[in-house]
Design a binder for this molecule. Structure first.
Ligand code: ADP
Length: 303
């Protein structure tokens, strides 16, 4: 099965004509609560495509935490290793969307940061029993390094989605089987600004030299670029008539990649399929609500 060690957050989205100044109160237009966090999104993406998924993480002892646990269980994801923090709140993102399109976001990681390298020591059998480990960067970095190191040492393949963007040690990178940055993340990790296919290839080459086995760079509407010791393949994206929102595009791509690789697909087949999943996710609103089922992807690919 696929083991995802990752974040669970509740997104609180307020739409308002404008954001308030300091000391000011404004009347907003709407409020939506939606489940998210890159770990939860990627776990749900893989589960909806038919994978057996186990999500390892932490929520707070509050209403948001219970709701997230409920959602994860409803998706058929194994929640045995999702625990409840005694002291910290569930991770939240407080998001204000202004009419101008400007957004202001405060993320409070809360319980997500409480999963420590010590916890990972205890979770070693969970990692070494996995077919594939999937991680992101919304949790404690030391814990992440520890988990990826354990997987590497036991020959368990690792997808690391380096989001949100952060510099990473060469040691961590050298333990990663599939690194899946978007263009911005690839730029920060490699020091090469990515704005076209040539610079994408250059950035990927830097990351390969740091020891990453396969770089799979997502390129938005352009699809993705696979670079490894065998060479490089640009896998074009699928045209989308109406992009509703790009929330969870990257997460849907990563979940799909995990599902395909554990189902024995070649890397190119897996990336083609993940591009289809990403295209479906940008055509629908929200994070988890936008993630397609296997039947929806198959129907999309037949057209
Ligand atoms: P992120 O959302 O993490 O920045 P990208 O924007 O690169 O990541 O999107 C991830 C994947 O989602 C892409 O590789 C592609 O498969 C799909 N995707 C994103 N935007 C579009 C789009 N406008 N049209 C078609 N596919 C898209």
């Amino acid at each position: 099965d696929i083991v995802v060690i990752g974040s669970l957050n509740m997104d609180m989205v307020v739409r308002s004509g404008r954001a308030p100044e300091a000391g000011e109160t404004v009347i907003g237009d709407s409020f939506v609560l939606s489940a998210g966090g890159k770990g939860a999104n990627q776990a749900v993406a893989a589960a909806r495509l038919g994978s057996t998924v186990r999500l390892v993480g932490k929520v707070g002892a509050d209403a948001f935490g219970s709701e997230l646990l409920e959602i994860i269980k409803q998706e058929g994801i194994d929640s045995e290793y999702l625990s409840v923090s005694g002291s910290r709140s569930t991770g939240v993102a407080s998001i204000v969307l202004e009419e101008s399109g400007e957004n202001r976001i405060i993320v409070v990681p809360g319980a997500n940061m409480e999963l420590t390298a010590d916890d990972i020591q205890l979770l070693e059998p969970v990692i070494t029993g996995a077919k594939l480990l999937v991680m992101q960067l919304e949790m404690d970095l030391h814990m992440t390094e520890q988990a990826v190191g354990i997987a590497h040492a036991s020959g368990i393949p690792v997808i690391l989605n380096p989001a949100p963007a952060q510099r990473l040690s060469d040691e961590l990178l050298s333990h990663v089987t599939y690194l899946t940055p978007n263009e911005t993340e690839a730029g920060i990790l490699s020091g090469v600004q990515v704005d076209n296919l040539d610079s994408a290839r250059e950035a990927a080459a830097v990351l390969l030299r740091k020891g990453v086995q396969n770089v799979i760079m997502t390129l938005g509407a352009q699809g993705a670029l696979i670079v490894n010791s065998q060479g490089q393949i640009h896998v074009p994206g699928f045209p989308v008539k109406a992009v509703v929102d790009t929330v969870a595009a990257g997460d849907s791509f990563n979940g799909a990649l995990a599902q395909q690789l554990t189902a024995g697909r070649s890397l190119e087949e897996a990336v083609t399929f993940a591009n289809a999943v990403g295209a479906l996710a940008v055509g629908k609103a929200g994070a988890i609500p936008s993630l397609p089922t296997l039947a929806e992807v198959e129907q999309f690919l037949e057209r």
